[in-house]
Ligand binder design. Structure first.
Ligand SMILES: Nc1nc2c(ncn2[C@@H]2O[C@H](COP(=O)(O)OP(=O)(O)OP(=O)(O)O)[C@@H](O)[C@H]2O)c(=O)[nH]1
Ligand SMILES: [Mg+2]
Length: 429
């Protein structure tokens, strides 16, 4: 689909179309069949569906023409270049959404929800983004902002006319701030969980060489992604694949077995394993259940969120391996234990994403979460200041909280912030 937006959109696209009625006379928001022709030769290039959406009832609030062509990239390039030759220019990433924001069609939190929707990789992430797009989070922040405005105004009056008891009582203000603080704490927790659902979690498969890590990766992915061999030290580079568990994208990293390296290549492989371990949320610690488990990897990962797997459970279990605490037996040969392992893994992922369910879960951008954190700090400071400090100190904190709420919605944010946000969109959105 090719989208053209701006006051000249109709005039620029019109010469490229053969239509029963002129494009200028197209009824708004109606799909019509058109022929696209080469501007110079007049030769037919494609048949397409065309919609005109007149300002202000369009995504950008400007005149918009959309052409749904046959999906060949070469054809789309040809038509796009003809439109550009007619006086349009290529849109920057996220520019349509940026115009929608600048023209007041969306607040910034909802504009960012568009990017979250595009980046959603599971049904659950889609559902969360849909709610943000519908304005759920924006509405909550807007209500908070209104309360802060009332609060600040009330306290300003108290400050200016201390004798007359017309403003807001300090104790009453403190009760309100405490309630708002608790609310923002809840949002932040919900947004952190939402982030896990959206971004997913990273799980590294680690353990001694030849333990069956790559075999397990392949079994979990349901495809022969990594090379498996009886030779210890087969895997050197990180091999990865993604599955969805509990509606959360789970990035699985297969790593080189951790042992004393025999050469420089193995040493580099083991360095990469350790880096993968660092950046993972959860470790799958894989041991060959038919052998004595190497205690080093166990010690090295103590204190990390991990799940121990006793692999090759179809072979006779070594007594030392049987003693591994809480280990999940699994065999990729017989598939025995694989379902139970998946179930335990799913439970771990749910723990990361918050088992509270999606009710009340928020998906927010990293920028919004950062602002929520500052907002929370400002409210905590205001709460303390209202208890003891002069009123002026509390007002400084409350004004900072107000600025954060405004920034989430996009009130008074500068071009630099907008550039950063919309550069993360893909083209055409
Ligand atoms: N019997 C049996 N053999 C297995 C099982 N899983 C893996 N193996 C065998 O164990 C050997 C090592 O498997 P890999 O998956 O390559 O082990 P790895 O941990 O990735 O090894 P490195 O990459 O060298 O660290 C191969 O010969 C596999 O066929 C299993 O569940 N049962
Ligand atoms: Mg391997």
């Amino acid at each position: 689909m090719i989208r053209v937006s701006g006051p000249d959109a109709i005039a620029i696209v019109a010469p490229l179309l053969r239509t029963a009625i002129p494009l200028e006379a197209f009824p708004s928001h109606r799909l019509r069949r058109v022929a696209i022709v080469d501007a110079k030769s007049g030769e037919r290039v494609d048949e397409a569906l065309c919609t005109v959406m007149r300002s202000p009832r369009s995504y950008t609030a400007e005149d918009v023409v959309e052409l749904s062509c046959h999906g060949s990239p070469a054809l789309l390039r040809l038509v796009t270049l003809s439109i550009v030759a007619g006086g349009a220019r290529l849109a920057a990433p996220g520019e349509f959404t940026r115009r929608a924001f600048l023209n007041g069609r969306l607040d910034l939190a909802r504009a960012e929800a568009v990017a979250l929707m595009i980046g959603a990789r599971t049904d659950r992430a889609v559902a969360l983004a849909a709610r943000a797009l519908a304005g759920g989070f924006s509405d909550q922040v807007r209500a908070l902002r209104d309360e802060l405005v009332d609060l600040i105004a009330g306290l300003e009056v108290t400050l200016d006319f201390p004798e007359e008891r017309v403003g807001l009582d300090v104790e009453a203000a403190r009760v309100i701030v405490t309630r708002l603080r608790a609310e923002v704490e809840r949002w932040l927790a919900a947004a952190r969980h939402g982030r896990v659902v959206h971004d997913g979690v990273t799980v590294a498969l680690v353990g001694p060489p030849n333990a069956g890590k790559s075999s397990l990766l392949n079994a979990l992915l349901g495809s022969d992604r990594a090379i498996v061999s009886p030779v210890p030290g087969t895997t050197r580079d990180i091999v990865e694949g993604t599955i969805a568990l509990a509606g959360v994208p789970v990035r699985l990293l297969d790593t080189a077995g951790i042992d004393t390296p025999r050469d420089a290549i193995e040493a580099e492989g083991i360095r990469r394993s350790r880096r993968a371990m660092q950046e993972s949320d959860l470790l799958l610690l894989v041991f060959d259940g038919s052998m004595v488990p190497d205690p080093h990897v166990l010690e090295e990962t103590a204190g990390r969120a991990r799940l121990v797997v006793r692999a090759k459970s179809d072979l006779p279990t070594h007594p030392a391996a049987a003693a591994l605490r809480d280990a999940a037996p699994a065999s990729v040969v017989t598939s025995g234990g694989m379902d139970a392992l998946l179930e335990r893994l799913t439970r771990e992922i749910e723990r990361c994403a918050g088992a509270t369910g999606d009710e009340g879960m928020i998906v927010a951008s990293v920028r919004q979460i950062g602002l929520l954190e500052t907002l929370l700090r400002a409210l905590i400071a205001a709460e303390a200041a209202l208890a003891e400090a002069p009123l002026e100190a509390a007002l400084v904190d409350l004004r900072e909280a107000l600025a954060c709420a405004g920034a989430i919605l996009g009130v008074d944010v500068g071009d630099a912030v907008l550039d950063r946000i919309f550069s993360m969109f893909c083209l055409g959105k």
